[in-house]
Design a protein around this ligand. Structure first.
Ligand SMILES: Cc1cc2nc3c(=O)[nH]c(=O)nc-3n(C[C@H](O)[C@H](O)[C@H](O)COP(=O)(O)O)c2cc1C
Length: 385
C-alpha cells in the first residue's frame, strides 16, 4: 500500500491496534494486550498521560520542527525506540528480525529481550548501530558471562537490566487466553489460528516460536532440573529477583552503557547513580506487573528532580503527543513496546516504518500547535493551572 493510503487507512496507533487484533490469534493477542489484575494500572497510565496539558501558542510564525535529540553521547534523529518484548516472534512471525532491521533503517534503538524468540546472533546481520540487549538475570555466573559475551559479539553495545519482575506476575487475561510456554496448540487455539491466515502461514514457515536463547542453555542445567517443564527450566535459569550486588556485578563486567529498567521510586535514583548506572528507564512494565503501581508518567517529575542521569520513559505511549508529554516532564527518550507489535500485526514488515511516520507527523503537528521548534523547549510549554 502506498504511503498516502496507509495514512488515510491507519492514521493512528489505535487503527493499527484494531487491525492487529483481527490478524493475531486471540490467545496471542491476550498475551500482547493484557496487564495484571483488573488492569487499573494500565488504565491509570493512560488517564494520567491525558491529564498533562500544554498551552497552545499563537503568532509564532512558520518553522520546521526539529525532532532530533541526544542520548548517552549519541545523536538521535528521533526521540523514541523499541522496548524489549518477550516472545516477540510469537506475536508476529519474524518480529525480532523485522524490528531490528526497521530500527536500523530509522536509526533508533532496538532492544532484544532475553526471552525473545531469536538469539542475539540471529539478529546480528540486520542489527544497526543501536542494538540494546535486555537482560533477565541468569542465576549462574557462567551463563551470565556467556550471555554478555554473546550479546556484545553480536553487536549489542548497551545493556538493559530489567528489575521490575521480582516475581512472576499473574496476568489473568493471558491465563484465560490459554497461552502456554512453549506454546501448545489445543483444538480451541487452533480454531483461533485458522482465522488468522497471515500469522498461521508465517508461523508455519518459521516453526513454533521458542525462547531460543534460553533453549541454548538447557543442557547447562540438565542435571539440576530433571523432570521440570521447559517453563520451569527458564524459571531455574533466570533469577527474577536480582539485588544491588547483582547490579554491581553487571556494571563491573559490562564495558558498554548500562541501563536499569523498571524503576518507579525516585528514592532509588541516587543509589543507581552511585552504582555507575548510565541511565534510568522509568516504567511500570505497562501495568503488567503490579496493579497498585502509580502511573509511570505520574512519578516522572520526582525522578527528574532526583537525578541528573538520562531518563528513558515507557508505558502507554499511544501517539506523538504522548512522547512530547513525557519529554516535557523531563524524560530524555521514550520507548514503546506494544505499539510496534500492533504495527507488525496490522501491516507486517511495513508496519514499523508506518508507525514511525505516524509518530513523526503527530509530533510535528503538535509542536506546531505549541510553538516548540525543538524538543529542548517542551518543558516551557507545560500548562499548570
Ligand atoms: C507482550 C509484552 C512482553 C514484554 N516482555 C518484556 C521483556 O521480555 N522484558 C522487558 O524488560 N520488558 C518486557 N515488556 C515491557 C516492555 O518492555 C515495556 O516496558 C512496555 O511494553 C511499555 O509499555 P507500552 O507497551 O504501553 O509501550 C513486555 C511488554 C509486553 C506488552
Amino acid at each position: 500500500m502506498r504511503a498516502m493510503n496507509l495514512h488515510s487507512k491507519y492514521p493512528a496507533i489505535s487503527d493499527l491496534r484494531q487491525a492487529a487484533q483481527r490478524r493475531i490469534p486471540h490467545f496471542v493477542w491476550e498475551y500482547l494486550d493484557s496487564a495484571t489484575g483488573t488492569e487499573a494500572t494500565k488504565a491509570r497510565n493512560r488517564a494520567k498521560l491525558d491529564e498533562i496539558l500544554m498551552m497552545p501558542s499563537i503568532l509564532h510564525g512558520e518553522f520546521e520542527a526539529d525532532l532530533s535529540t541526544s542520548l548517552l553521547g549519541r545523536k538521535m534523529p528521533l526521540p523514541f525506540g523499541i522496548a524489549p518484548v518477550g516472545m516477540s516472534g510469537l506475536i508476529w512471525p519474524n518480529a525480532e528480525r523485522i524490528l531490528a532491521q526497521s530500527a536500523a533503517e530509522l536509526d533508533v534503538p532496538y532492544t532484544l529481550s532475553t526471552v525473545a524468540t531469536r538469539t542475539p546472533e540471529e539478529v546480528a546481520d540486520v542489527l544497526g548501530a543501536q542494538g540494546w540487549f535486555q537482560m533477565y538475570p541468569p542465576r549462574d555466573e557462567g551463563i551470565r558471562t556467556d550471555m554478555l559475551n554473546r550479546a556484545k559479539a553480536a553487536g549489542f553495545h548497551t545493556l538493559v537490566l530489567t528489575v521490575d519482575v521480582p516475581v512472576a506476575s499473574r496476568r489473568e487475561r493471558q491465563l484465560r487466553g490459554g497461552l502456554q510456554q512453549p506454546p501448545k496448540l489445543t483444538p480451541r487455539l487452533l480454531a483461533q489460528v485458522a482465522r488468522c491466515p497471515a500469522w498461521a502461514l508465517g508461523t508455519a514457515r518459521l516453526g513454533m516460536p521458542r525462547m531460543r536463547l534460553m533453549d541454548s542453555y538447557l543442557d547447562h542445567v540438565a542435571g539440576q532440573t530433571e523432570g521440570l517443564s521447559s517453563t520451569a527450566h527458564v524459571g531455574y535459569l533466570l533469577r527474577t529477583s536480582p539485588d544491588w550486588e547483582y547490579v554491581q556485578w553487571l556494571r563491573d563486567n559490562w564495558e558498554g552503557h548500562f541501563i536499569v529498567k523498571g524503576v518507579l521510586n525516585a528514592e532509588d535514583a541516587p543509589r543507581l547513580e552511585g552504582a555507575g548506572v548510565d541511565a534510568i528507564w522509568l516504567s511500570n512494565h505497562a501495568g503488567r506487573q503490579f496493579d497498585a503501581a502509580p502511573a509511570a508518567i505520574e512519578v516522572l517529575p520526582q525522578m527528574r528532580a532526583a537525578t541528573s542521569l538520562p531518563l528513558i520513559y515507557d508505558s502507554a505511549i499511544s501517539g506523538g503527543l504522548d512522547i512530547l508529554r513525557a519529554l516535557a516532564l523531563g524524560a530524555d527518550f521514550v520507548m514503546m513496546g506494544r505499539a510496534w507489535h500492533y504495527a507488525l500485526g496490522a501491516l507486517g514488515a511495513a508496519g514499523p516504518a508506518h508507525l514511525a511516520a505516524i509518530l513523526r507527523a503527530d509530533m510535528v503537528a503538535n509542536m506546531g500547535q505549541i510553538g516548540a521548534k525543538d524538543l529542548s523547549t517542551l518543558s516551557k510549554k507545560l500548562y499548570t493551572d
